[in-house]
Design a protein around this ligand. Structure first.
Ligand SMILES: [Zn+2]
Length: 713
């Protein structure tokens, strides 16, 4: 199917003009030509085609539109020297196909007959050249119009080249993925060139960082340069050696400040060029956290067993400061208390022994004793100590659960009718037999087996209460007094009349070095929050927006967000906290008592908190004198990692000082750029090389409106 719109339309207009208006043939032909080109231009939106080109024909060959153009230009600029030439090479015109943005999902091609000119500049190496059309077809061998390239790039920078080619083809273009890639590379390279040569003088602040394109593969390491003022990528360079960095930075004559992470290659490059380098706040803080975390991992046992519950501690309220003060840690449970718990939980003698042993082991563990020492003190075998210790949490919570059940229904213990197997020995063979008279007498009095057991113990009986209990059941069976005994059993809880108060809950928490690390960070943050609160409280007006001001004080100010401990970037905490759900004071007591207990067991805990607080004291206030004090204080620290951190600051003292002097400079933009680049690489199926990634990133940052302006202009 071949349709030539041009010819059929020309026919219609021409005949109409001749027949209806009676125009002469020649004038009618001219008229038809002009009207035709205007209509076609309107339909196909040819307004971006320069005036030197005359539309000869538009045809549809069943797959694409083809517009034929002929150049009527009288002059052209030499592509090498730029000199305008009016000397045509010959009258022969070369028809070449150039693709444009498709119409109605069909491809549109221009067949352009161009002229050749001769360069009139004697010093130019160019002899003859093909004319080009700025804004339309800008290069000699270009097979795409400028509009089409823009369209391709708009699509391509937001997806992979392969996907972009698919999308474009479905929208009426004839293009391959490779062509898309080449278009990106060409446009991107010219932009990077502008960044490094034409506009290099505008750059004053640079953020520099290295990334590995393949994880853990240093052969793919690249250097990312970002203009910190415009927040735009300048370029990605292969290699991260000091030489590369130095060469790259030397390209920018007006460069004043280089922000970098703590890599030594970058540091030496910046120093060699005499630029001010700023160590990134984020990385220093990250290093500080790392020092704390590793120290804790080295100095703390794998798991720490912390008894929790008010029963363990004597907490008194200091009336002067209004604060809860822990006076004694850890207090052990009294014998009376343990006895009460055992009775309430209705533990068997075996379970009771385990519970008591567990409590003892827990107490000694909380004093910082090792399994061997505990074994020596208590006489429990080491293996048993270990197994008790690892099961502490379960043992303690099981007893608490049983006590809860008892409190909910005190008679539940009784309902569980205890039975003795039929194969059991006769009562006369029991250990309790010598005390038979006492037992029978007490049963008649209506005493419970608990009471009987206690009485027998006073008389010298050695054995558990369940032995006594079993004996009583056997007696009942053998003598037919079962009913009486059952009644007696229901009176068992007379022991607890009146119903006692619920004993304090106790539980065991198992902490790893990691959780302790989180607690350290939390304490450091609390300290900083408190400081910020004081600071803001002094200037805050006493308004009715008490809640608002509280919220404000607890939020970390925007300027210091970079220092936020990474593990604590808790999305929930950044929201407005529900006032009802705010910390219950009791929990706070427990939490603070846990902290003091950890602190007393492991002094390194407090040491780390102090370290963090000292760090933030100078970092948050950008206090240079504080930095020097900090280094002096910690460079000989007993924890070698802290000392190493302090010495690291000292070695990099200029850059770290600059960090404090230029608080608004940060490498955050560069880190974000790294993320974008890595994400882009994955979009491209993970195969994109440095140049393509650079081109894509740079193109994506180009201001959007410029393309739109060009189209409307
Ligand atoms: Zn020339």
């Amino acid at each position: 199917m071949y349709i030539n719109y041009q010819e059929s339309l020309f026919e219609i207009i021409f005949t109409t003009a001749v027949e209806m208006l009676g125009v002469a043939y020649e004038a009618a032909a001219d008229f038809a030509q002009v009207v035709l080109s205007k209509i076609t231009g309107f339909i196909f939106r040819f307004d971006h085609v320069p005036n030197q080109l005359i539309l000869k024909d538009v045809a549809y060959d069943g797959e694409r539109f083809i517009a034929t153009w002929e150049s009527v230009s009288t002059q052209a600029d030499c592509p090498v020297c730029g000199k305008t030439s009016q000397k045509e090479h010959s009258s022969y015109k070369y028809g070449e196909m150039v693709q444009d943005v498709g119409i109605a999902r069909l491809p549109l091609w221009h067949c352009i007959y161009r002229k050749r000119y001769i360069c009139t500049n004697d010093h130019c190496i160019c002899v003859k050249f093909m004319e080009t059309f700025p804004g339309f077809v800008e290069m000699r061998y270009s097979r795409m119009t400028v509009n089409f390239v823009d369209h391709v790039l708009d699509t391509a920078v937001n997806t992979s080249s392969v996907a972009a080619a698919k999308i474009l083809n479905s929208q009426g273009a004839e293009i391959s993925a490779n062509t898309v890639t080449r278009a990106i590379l060409r446009r991107g390279a010219s932009q990077v060139e502008k960044n490094f040569y034409d506009n290099a003088g505008d750059v004053e602040k640079i953020g520099i960082d290295d990334i590995n394109l393949r994880k853990g593969d240093s052969s793919t390491s690249c250097m990312v340069l970002v203009n910190l003022e415009t927040k735009k990528l300048l370029g990605i360079l292969r290699g991260t050696t000091g030489d590369t960095a130095q060469q790259a930075l030397a390209m920018f004559p007006n460069l004043k400040i280089v922000s970098r992470d703590r890599g030594t290659a970058m540091a030496s490059a910046a120093n060699a060029l005499g630029k001010k380098s700023v160590a990134d706040r984020f990385h220093i803080t990250a290093n500080m956290h790392e020092a704390i975390e590793r120290t804790l991992h080295e100095m703390l046992p794998k798991s720490m067993y912390i008894p929790v519950g008010n029963a363990w501690f004597c907490i008194s309220n200091d009336t002067e400061s209004g604060q809860t003060v822990l006076t004694e840690i850890p207090a052990s449970l009294t014998e009376e208390d343990i006895k009460k718990r055992v009775r309430m939980a209705n533990l068997s003698s075996q379970a009771e022994r385990k519970y008591r042993d567990t409590l003892r082991v827990l107490e000694l563990t909380a004093q910082g004793k090792y399994a061997e020492e505990i074994s020596g003190i208590t006489g429990i075998p080491v293996d048993k100590v270990r197994s008790l210790r690892s099961g502490m949490r379960e043992t303690a919570s099981a007893v608490e659960k049983k006590i809860d059940e008892f409190m909910a229904d005190p008679r539940s213990n009784v309902k569980k009718q205890k039975s003795v197997t039929t194969s059991a020995q006769h009562s006369s063979k029991s250990k309790v037999e010598p005390y038979r008279d006492t037992v029978e007498a007490m049963l008649k009095e209506g005493k419970s087996h608990w009471a009987i057991h206690e009485e027998l113990c006073k008389q010298g009986f050695v054995g558990s209460h369940s032995t006594v209990d079993n004996y009583i059941i056997k007696l009942g069976r053998e003598n037919g007094v079962y009913r009486e005994i059952e009644e007696d059993r229901s009176a068992a809880n007379d022991y607890f009349v009146p119903l006692p108060e619920r004993p304090q809950r106790i539980s065991v928490r198992i902490y790893s070095a990691k959780t302790v690390y989180n607690r350290v960070l939390a304490r450091i943050r609390d300290h900083r929050d408190a400081k910020n609160g004081e600071h803001e409280g002094s200037e805050a007006e006493p308004s009715d927006h008490a809640l608002d001001s509280k919220k404000k004080s607890s939020a970390i100010p925007a300027s210091n967000r970079m220092n936020l401990p990474l593990n604590l970037v808790d999305v929930l905490n950044w929201r407005d906290p529900d006032p009802l759900e705010s910390k219950k004071p009791k929990d706070a007591d427990i939490e603070s008592s846990v902290d003091s207990l950890i602190g007393s067991m492991y002094p390194v805990f407090g040491h780390m908190i102090q370290f963090g607080i000292d760090y933030h004291n100078f970092m948050d206030n950008n206090n240079v004198a504080g930095l020097h004090e900090f280094i002096e204080k910690y460079k000989g620290d007993s924890c070698w990692r802290l000392a190493k951190f302090a010495k690291g600051l000292q070695m990099d003292i200029d850059a770290v000082t600059n960090t404090l002097l230029y608080p608004d400079i940060s490498n955050g933009v560069v880190e974000g750029m790294n993320n974008a680049v890595k994400c882009d690489k994955r979009v491209c199926g993970g195969r994109a090389k440095v140049d393509l990634l650079t081109a894509r990133t740079v193109l994506r940052q180009l201001p959007e409106p410029s393309g739109a302006d060009a189209k409307t202009a």
